[in-house]
Design a protein around this ligand. Structure first.
Ligand SMILES: NC(=O)c1ccc[n+]([C@@H]2O[C@H](COP(=O)([O-])OP(=O)(O)OC[C@H]3O[C@@H](n4cnc5c(N)ncnc54)[C@H](O)[C@@H]3O)[C@@H](O)[C@H]2O)c1
Length: 343
């Protein structure tokens, strides 16, 4: 089978990483087009990849007849229009989270894809491809912990850009635990409350950090998440599942442990999400490429989180942002999936 010809839109932090990933570590695909709002940036990236050219308009890149599939690594507010163009042209697309930045447009995307009768959209919730989450899910599904009851999560970043505000802690950080919850428990989230403890004096003015999110699933399972995005330390993502017959912990950073001359011992914490989830992104991309290669035979060009998963995450985060303002638990407002055949 010939290599897929991929267009990568948006070659900032994630997009440039994905170009390098596709060019060096993923088989069955080549990056043949890149696009960026900043033309020079796209041209510089294209120059580093044999057979790749820069295209000035993202919609031209999607429509290009020499492109088989698209990676969207543009900022969230542009996803809506670019995803609709992918659907119009029947192009499979791996879209970095979020699907879109509001619930209404996410639902519109879900409906438009369902009408086509093909699964073309995969959303980049990469934790579903991380070895530790996969192992935890397999043990849960095998009944090792009995009935799962509670999930305790920690999500800490050393720092965030100055433009990061309190609602972005919910929409950009918590969104990953929202997807993890839905992935591990296989059910929707019914309600969410954001609690605002005393803020970190070192956090930029005006940002509520840390935040504690409390979520309840449809069947009543409890999830709590500590979100703390200005720790100044490193990237820490931990998850503890507590079930009827035991518990399990992932994300402990227990690699090599070294004993030091000053009487200390310890290991290293991953500095950022690219180091912590690097292998997960590679697995995500290889499985997506393989699924797109099979797609004409199966009608399913995805192997991972769907447009519906993107919509569900948007709905929970919208309720989370509402709770951030009111401090009260907010019920998640979602349509019944059964009302959208094919979703
Ligand atoms: N899965 C993850 O772990 C993860 C981590 C970080 C970011 N993300 C997501 O990835 C996406 C990109 O984030 P980033 O951190 O790489 O951002 P970034 O700002 O570093 O890069 C975005 C790039 O898109 C370009 N751009 C802006 N508007 C455009 C348009 N209309 N068409 C084409 N290019 C355009 C910008 O010039 C920039 O180069 C976002 O949706 C973000 O939420 C996901």
């Amino acid at each position: 089978m010939s290599d897929l010809r991929i267009a990568v839109l948006g070659v900032g932090i994630m997009g440039a990483d994905h170009v390098a990933r596709l060019a060096t570590r993923i088989s069955g695909a080549r990056v043949t087009v890149v696009n960026d709002f900043l033309t020079e940036k796209a041209e510089a990236v294209a120059a580093g990849v044999p057979g790749c050219r820069a295209v000035g308009d993202p919609l031209d890149a999607i429509a290009d007849p020499d492109i088989d599939a698209v990676v969207l690594a543009t900022p969230g507010p542009t996803h809506d229009k670019q995803l609709l163009a992918c659907l119009d042209h029947g192009k499979p697309v791996l879209c970095e989270k979020p699907l879109t930045t509001d619930v209404e447009s996410s639902l519109e995307i879900v409906k438009r894809e369902a009408e086509l009768g093909k699964r073309l959209i995969q959303v980049g919730f990469m934790r579903r491809f991380d070895d530790e989450y996969v192992q935890l899910k397999a043990l849960m599904d095998a009944g090792e912990f009995g009935r799962p009851l509670v999930l305790h999560c920690v999500h800490r970043n050393p720092a965030v850009p100055p433009s990061f505000d309190s609602s972005m802690v919910v929409k950009d950080s918590l969104v990953h635990e929202v997807d993890v919850t839905r992935f591990l428990f296989d059910e929707e989230i019914a309600s969410i409350q954001i609690i605002k403890p005393a803020t970190n004096p070192g956090a930029p003015q005006g940002i509520q950090d840390p935040q504690i999110a409390i979520m309840r699933t449809n069947s009543g399972k409890h999830v709590d998440v500590e979100l703390f995005v200005t720790t100044g330390v490193a990237y820490e993502v931990r998850t503890e599942l507590v079930g009827e017959k035991g518990s399990a912990f992932i994300g402990l950073d227990v690699g090599l442990i070294r004993k030091g001359g000053a009487g200390t011992w310890g290991g290293q914490i991953t500095p950022g999400f690219r180091e912590r989830f690097g292998r997960a992104y590679d697995t995500e991309f290889q499985r997506w490429v393989n699924a797109v290669q099979r797609g004409n035979a199966t009608g399913d060009y995805t192997d991972g989180p769907s447009a519906w998963d993107g919509y569900a995450a948007a709905a929970v985060c919208a309720a989370g942002v509402e709770s951030l303002q009111s401090g009260q638990p907010v019920t998640v407002d979602m349509v019944d999936r059964a009302t959208i055949p094919g979703a």
